[in-house]
Design a binder for this molecule. Structure first.
Ligand SMILES: *Cc1c(COP(=O)(O)O)cnc(C)c1O
Length: 452
């Protein structure tokens, strides 16, 4: 076992060191070699060190270097060193975190990490939450609690009776709602299309003046951080009205929520403490390994009603003992909180703030340099997101593809209010100013060649 794990650590270190110099997008030849993995399951098992060697020799070269410093696709963080190392140790522990009795250590680590996150975001200690796979499931958990509460107020117990014959619930979203929130609504029986869509402004922010009439059976879904522009819905303005009318306010803050930690960007998230629930990713801007997200609840009891279960052989949560599975869809699951606890402890408060501010500064650097080079920035760069047009849609798409193929960095393609764009998202702890300069140089060079 010891030699095997040493070998795994050596291979992982070599892999991570290689990320600084290799092409961010894997070479087509390396992707082609993955075919060697498509064998039938052999009759006889292979030695463990052989298994690891095959994985590394064939698998590693065909990975996307998203753990490296010059990956700006989607909104993708890397893994902070302490978090990755803690994740390995927790892998050895192989703890099941469903109940406290399954892992006293992880239960405490998750309580502590939850408290730290609430503190960083300025949420009162009475809030609660659960650690989930990502914001998709975070949205799902929060909206399950919202749905239950809205219907309970109308005398309908949806957990017992389901939605057939239930009173109506109105779900309000901005026109720029993230598609995963709609998926969560579909899973909850609330319907992906059965929503009231509120028009948005040029940055993708929900227009507060266009909000429909709300009541106690309304759920308003706001966004903290548009996936293209980084813009925030006017949280304070909409929340104060929604709460007056008795509606539940949920925020999808997958990456943008973290703006709340820095004085430089906290204004964007102003009012976040007044909402009812928040979903966020930890594998994005907090740079914790996949998969890691959080659902935060103003009233943890509402979430517990929707997500807990009972059986004779299962321990029950009490006031003094929080059972992890009372706040998430899963029962058995891995020790997610370990990665999060380690990331936060290694950063400290100032490290979290610095991470957010650094990424925002690099985003502004991308925007100013690319603008100076004659390219158009399509969004107000308020956070870590930059949208660039290189001319017509065809040209922009060609430049995005050529930049990906060139390999210095990786940026994705998007479409913003009728125009093709390159989307640059700066989210990794590993990115340095030199990485940004190298990436800008590559983008300008490749775009120049494409346009010629
Ligand atoms: C990434 C993202 C999601 C989905 O998060 P997953 O981690 O993929 O589940 C939801 N909303 C927004 C705004 C996002 O950026």
């Amino acid at each position: 076992m010891s030699d095997l794990l040493d070998d795994a650590a050596r291979r992982a270190s070599t892999y991570l060191e290689g990320l600084r110099s290799r092409s961010v997008e894997p070479a087509p030849s390396a992707v082609g070699r993955l075919d060697a993995l498509r064998s039938t399951l052999p009759e006889q098992g292979r030695a463990a060190n052989d298994v690891l060697r095959i994985l590394d020799e064939i698998g590693s070269p065909a990975t996307v270097a998203s753990a490296g410093p010059r990956y700006f696709g989607f909104v993708t963080g890397g893994s902070l060193p302490a978090s990755l190392a803690a994740n390995w140790l927790a892998g050895a522990w192989d703890q099941n975190v469903h109940f406290v009795v399954g892992s006293p250590t992880v239960a405490v680590l998750e309580e502590v990490a939850l408290g730290w996150i609430q503190d960083l975001l300025g949420l009162p200690p009475a809030w609660g939450g659960g650690f989930v796979t990502g914001t998709t499931m975070g949205n799902f958990c929060c909206l399950a609690a919202a749905r239950d509460q809205a219907l309970l107020g109308a005398g309908w117990d949806v957990d017992e009776n389901g939605l057939f014959g239930a009173p109506d619930v109105t779900v309000v979203v901005g026109d720029e709602v993230h598609t995963t929130l709609l998926k969560a609504l579909g899973l909850l029986g609330l319907g992906r299309r059965r929503v009231v869509r509120v028009p948005v402004d040029a940055q993708g922010r929900m227009r507060a003046d266009a909000l429909p009439r709300l009541d106690a059976r309304s759920i308003v879904c706001l966004q903290a951080g548009n996936v293209n522009t980084g813009a925030f819905d006017p949280i304070r303005e909409i929340t104060s009205r929604a709460r007056d009318e008795g509606a539940w306010v949920h925020v999808d803050g997958a990456f943008g929520l973290w703006a709340a930690v820095s004085p430089a960007t906290a204004d964007l998230a102003s009012g976040i403490g007044d909402v009812d629930s928040i979903a966020s990713d930890l594998h994005k801007w907090l740079n914790v390994p996949y998969d890691n997200g959080i659902a935060l609840y103003r009233n943890p009891e509402a979430a517990r009603r929707a997500l807990s279960m009972t059986a004779a052989y299962l321990p029950q949560g009490t006031e003094s003992q929080r059972q992890p599975c009372d706040y998430t869809p899963e029962s058995s699951r891995r020790a997610r909180g370990v990665d999060i606890w380690a990331a936060l402890l290694s950063l400290g408060k100032s490290g979290v703030i610095d991470l957010v501010e650094r990424c925002c500064r690099f985003a502004r650097l991308f925007a100013s340099r690319l603008s100076e080079a004659g390219f158009e920035i399509l969004n107000d760069v308020v956070l870590n997101q930059v949208l660039v047009s290189f001319g017509g849609d065809e040209t922009t798409r060609a430049v995005v593809q050529a930049v990906q193929r060139e390999g210095t960095c990786w940026c994705g393609a998007s479409f913003w209010q009728g125009r093709a764009a390159m989307r640059i998202s700066v989210s990794s702890w590993a990115t340095t100013e030199e990485d940004v300069e190298r990436s800008i140089e590559a983008i300008v060079r490749v775009a120049g060649a494409s346009r010629a």
